[in-house]
Design a protein around this ligand. Structure first.
Ligand code: FAD
Length: 434
């Protein structure tokens, strides 16, 4: 055991992951007579819904991140450690981390998800994921570096490659990213790169199914398609990506696209540590849990949010991988953990669907609030309001609000900086630590 961090006499709950689920759970345990340990490989919480704005120079990375220590300031029963979870020893009730071993009475895995390349190694090695702040910054640097190279490129084929932007995956993230790149082209690039023929910049959105935003209503899906076309995005539905070598994107039965900028937002998979029984891992690399978030086959290990799959009659594939699922599961698990410790009956999880929304550039968004559906400018303001309200930290809310107001009136995006140049050779090394 880690001699520097021995378990006390009180029950210890270890929460791995300071994302939406982990934070909610830890906060709800604030006044309980137990020890809570939160472990995260980063010292900050990431507000993933706005990652694409960091990648496209709309927001500074700091405005969508929040220090975890600050979130738990004053929470006396909580200890926070920056550490990476390496494995779970389910026999000895302890976790092995990058800073040592820690014992638990109850373990909660809230480790979220990572990009899923569906085993396609060539694509994984060359396409750009966008699941973390370092990855969003990589993307921003790559875009800007390629535009700088395009300024001086004389070979027309290479120029085409440098100026083609392809977003793979037509879910909310893909649609929002493609829309933001289109806005960048329309309002920024022609001023920033006067020597470049901006008409050569092409933005593609490639989706394997027949429509974009398949998780939303038909109305939202069709409207998003119209918005994307208005912005000049070439939407390719029913199109599968077969390979990408860093230069050419190979598509099923359609012509290849030469592209140096390929963003992968085609799927996610749960982040599961070593030591868990493979028999409890289900579709999407998620841990199968029961209706109180307890992992099948374990009496004191729980999983919430993106890493979990609570399979019910109503949700045969588990609940949607969105922030409200993680938050609601974290909240209920806090109550249930206390009930378990006090030998009281637990309460089953009931998902409250808060609706869904996506923005497609300036003044354009689609919102589905159950039977109420609307699109356009009002939807866009609704989208902004909801995201501002859910951002962690008053300072972040204020910074993002000011940024958005400034961009709205000036048509500018303030952070087109290559502070940390993207070096492709370092990609795999970075991916293992991010
Ligand atoms: C680009 C993008 C846009 C999105 N947009 C929306 C949206 O608009 N609305 C919405 O509701 N949802 C959106 N989502 C989904 C939403 O962000 C996730 O569903 C939500 O973050 C899941 O919460 P979580 O607590 O399960 O995990 P996360 O919030 O992902 O947190 C997991 C935490 O675990 C930590 N961690 C992971 N592995 C380890 C390890 N081995 N050791 C230590 N720590 C570890 C991570 O550092 C992280 O802090 C989006 C996701 C992405 C990627």
């Amino acid at each position: 055991m880690d001699q520097n961090f021995p378990k006390g006499s009180r029950a210890r709950v270890i929460i791995v992951g300071g994302g939406f689920g982990g934070i909610e759970l830890a906060k709800k345990l604030r006044h309980q007579d137990i020890d809570v340990v939160m472990v995260d490989k980063h010292n900050y919480h990431t507000f993933q819904p706005l990652l694409y704005q960091v990648a496209t120079g709309g927001l500074e990375a700091e405005s969508i991140a929040f220090p975890l220590r600050k979130i738990f300031k004053g929470q006396r029963n909580l200890t926070f450690r920056v550490a990476e979870l390496l494995a779970v020893d389910t026999q000895r009730n302890c976790i092995r981390t990058s800073i040592g071993t820690m014992e638990y009475d109850h373990l909660v895995l809230a480790t979220g998800s990572t990009s899923n390349f569906f085993g396609q190694q060539e694509i994984q090695a060359n396409a750009m994921p966008m699941k973390s702040i370092p990855e969003a910054l990589n993307l921003r640097s790559l875009f800007l570096q390629n535009l700088e190279l395009a300024q001086i490129e004389e070979d027309p084929q290479t120029l085409k490659q440098l100026l083609n932007f392809v977003v793979v995956g037509g879910g909310p993230t893909g649609v929002e990213t493609a829309g933001a790149i289109a806005e960048l082209k329309k309002h920024i690039l022609k001023n920033d790169y006067p020597e470049l023929n901006i008409d050569l910049v092409n933005i593609y959105l490639v989706e394997g199914s027949p429509e974009v935003l398949g998780v939303m209503s038909d109305q939202a899906s069709k409207k998003a398609m119209d918005f994307l076309k208005e912005l000049g995005v070439t939407v390719m539905t029913n199109t599968r990506v077969l390979g990408y070598d860093g230069k050419i994107l190979k598509l099923g039965d359609k012509a290849d696209i030469p592209a140096s900028n390929v963003i992968w937002s085609a799927g996610v998979k749960g982040v599961i540590p070593e030591g868990m029984d493979p028999a409890v891992v289900v579709r999407g690399n998620r841990l199968k849990v029961n209706e109180i978030s307890r992992v099948d086959g374990y009496h004191n290990i729980y999983a919430i949010g993106d890493v979990s799959a609570m399979i019910t009659e109503e949700f045969p594939n588990g609940h949607p991988g969105v922030a409200p699922t993680a938050i609601q599961q974290g909240k209920l698990l806090a109550e249930n953990l206390m009930k378990i410790m006090e030998n009281k009956p637990t309460e089953n999880f009931k998902y409250r669907d808060k609706g869904s929304m996506a923005t497609v550039g300036r003044n354009r968004a689609v919102v589905d609030l159950h039977k109420i559906r609307f699109q356009g400018v009002f939807a866009w303001f609704t989208w902004m309001f909801v995201h501002l309200m859910t951002l962690v930290g008053f300072r972040n809310k204020l910074v993002v609000f000011v940024n958005w107001v400034w961009s709205y009136f000036s048509y500018d995006r303030g952070t087109r900086l290559i502070i940390r140049p993207y070096v492709k050779e370092k990609l795999n090394e970075q991916r293992t630590i991010e």
